[in-house]
Each structure stands twice: as structure tokens, then as C-alpha cells.
Design a protein around this ligand. Structure first.
Ligand code: PAF
Length: 285
């Protein structure tokens, strides 16, 4: 596995692959790799000749009170995991390589970024799309793979790629869960023991909704009420939102007769960890 730390070297390497007619499958990450990332690498490997992963804790997508400083940085462990998962190239640029002095250009998808997570994280998606467009220009992948866990992020990226004519196919990998149903995330490391024992309830609520929906209930209000009742009794989890929305435009639904996203975000009470999860009803992301 090649480890590349400079933007210039990465651009040259991509050019070499393109000249040889090899396709690049790209998995952007912020490191602290887990089974979810490994599953995305697998999808990239199945769909391209070269599997390329980036590790970059992107400062522009964190708010001033968020966890940029404490975000887990475990580069040696990540290298071992990436190698083990069959990654060919690991691109890990520094902040100054990605954001040189005087950096002042941002990419902003409007509308869908001000809903759901965009309400409490106003500049988050602008940071995500900015860094990704930069990565897409540096790496020039044919495909890029993202996890359904960040469903809104996937929709925002697809919208940017469509609107700006990026010649990249976006693929989505399913949410990878612990045996008790809790969605795997790099931030799960922050949880206290008490919080960890309660967090499987997040997916239990979503599973309940899925069951009721599959038994014929299509009214969003009824489904949402069931979800909120389930979450109401939790001691270590405070809900930020639990919404049922159209999964193209993220507008709230009354009746679920189009593919729908049931998305939840919450914060734990002790470690103040922000967690998100979702399910898609009547379609695939
Ligand atoms: O999902 C993430 O880990 C990040 O938002 C991404 C896509 C790597 C951009 O920094």
C-alpha cells in the first residue's frame, strides 16, 4: 500500500493510473477506521482497479464548539486496517496542504443542507462539499463510496456531483451495525458505559417503525409518534430530531407513498456525543 501525503504527489499518481487505463475507486474518510469503512473499501474494490482511501480530519466541517480537537487520530492503526482491507493507496494530506494560506473558496449546496443535521450544524455540509470537491479534483476517481449512516451527506454529495457535472459515480454502502443493532461510528469511542448500554434503543425505535410500516401504516404522523414515544423514556439520550422526510428533497412527508428517510439525531447526556442513525422505507438510498 502506497502512503501519499502531498497533493502534488497524489495528482501525479492519479495521472499515472489514468494513463494506464486503471479506474480509481475512492473512499474518503476522517480516519479512526472501523468495520463501516472496511465495507466501503470492499465496494470500491469490487467496482474499480485501484482502491484509494483518504484520511483527513477536515477542519471546515466542524463547528466552533464541536470535537475537531478531540476527534480520534490513530494513523498507525488506520494504516494497518487499510492495508488489511486491501487498500492500494492511502492519501493523508496535512491541513496546510488542503487549505493553504489565503484559502477562500467554498462549495455550498443550498436547500437540503439547511434541514435535519444542517439545523444544528449550519456550516457542516459546506465544509464537507468543499473538501470533497477538492479531493475529487486531486484524486480524479471514477467512483466514490459513502456510507448510508450519513444519509443526508450522501444526498448532498449526489446533488453537488449532479449540479457541478463531476464525472464521478457515487455509490452507497449499507449501515454496519454492532450485534445489538447500534450503528458503528468513529465517535462511539466517546460513550460512557451507561450511554453505551442505552444506545441500541435508537435502532430498536427505527426497527419498530419499519415493522409498523411494513404492516401497512403509511401515515408519517402515526409513525413519528411511535418513534418519539419509544425514545421518550431514554435516560442518557436526548433527541435532536426524529423526522420522516422525502429522501430526495428532505421535505417532511404526510403520507409515505414515495421512498422515505426516517432519520434521527441525538446527543448523549454524559459524554455529549452526537449520534445519528436512519432507515429508508420504500426504496434504497
Ligand atoms: O463522512 C466523513 O467521514 C466525512 O464527512 C468526509 C466525507 C470524509 C468528508 O470529510
Amino acid at each position: 500500500m502506497k502512503i501519499v501525503k502531498s497533493v502534488a504527489e497524489m495528482k501525479n499518481l492519479s495521472l499515472t493510473y489514468h494513463k494506464c487505463g486503471q479506474t480509481i475507486g475512492f473512499v474518503p474518510t476522517m480516519g479512526a477506521l472501523h468495520e463501516g469503512h472496511v465495507s466501503l473499501l470492499k465496494i470500491a474494490r469490487q467496482n474499480s482497479d485501484i482502491t484509494l482511501m483518504s484520511i483527513f480530519v477536515n477542519p471546515t466541517q466542524f463547528g466552533p464548539q464541536e470535537d475537531f480537537e478531540k476527534y480520534p487520530r490513530v494513523f498507525e492503526q488506520d494504516c494497518a486496517k487499510a492495508l488489511d482491507a486491501g487498500c492500494d493507496v492511502l492519501f493523508a494530506p496535512t491541513v496546510s496542504q488542503m487549505y493553504p494560506d489565503g484559502f477562500s473558496t467554498y462549495v455550498s449546496v443550498e436547500g437540503i443542507t439547511s434541514k435535519l443535521c444542517g439545523i444544528s450544524r449550519p456550516n457542516h455540509f459546506r465544509g464537507v462539499t468543499t473538501v470533497l470537491l477538492k479531493f475529487f479534483n486531486i484524486v480524479e476517481p471514477q467512483i466514490a463510496v459513502f456510507g448510508q449512516k450519513d444519509a443526508q451527506q450522501v444526498l448532498v454529495i449526489k446533488r453537488m456531483v449532479r449540479d457541478l457535472n463531476c464525472p464521478i459515480k457515487i455509490l452507497t454502502g449499507p449501515i454496519i451495525r454492532e450485534p445489538d443493532g447500534f450503528a458503528i461510528s468513529s465517535r462511539n469511542k466517546y460513550l460512557t458505559e451507561k450511554e453505551r448500554s442505552e444506545v441500541p434503543q435508537i435502532f430498536e425505535g427505527l426497527k419498530k417503525i419499519m415493522e409498523v410500516y411494513e404492516n401497512g401504516e403509511k401515515k408519517a404522523g402515526v409513525l413519528k409518534e411511535i418513534l418519539l414515544n419509544k425514545y421518550h423514556s431514554l435516560k442518557h439520550i436526548k433527541m435532536e430530531y426524529a423526522d420522516i422526510v422525502d429522501f430526495e428533497n428532505l421535505k417532511p412527508l404526510e403520507i409515505l407513498n414515495t421512498p422515505s428517510l426516517v432519520a434521527v439525531a441525538c446527543r448523549t447526556t454524559e459524554s455529549k456525543t452526537r449520534l445519528i442513525d436512519n432507515i429508508v422505507l420504500g426504496g434504497v438510498l
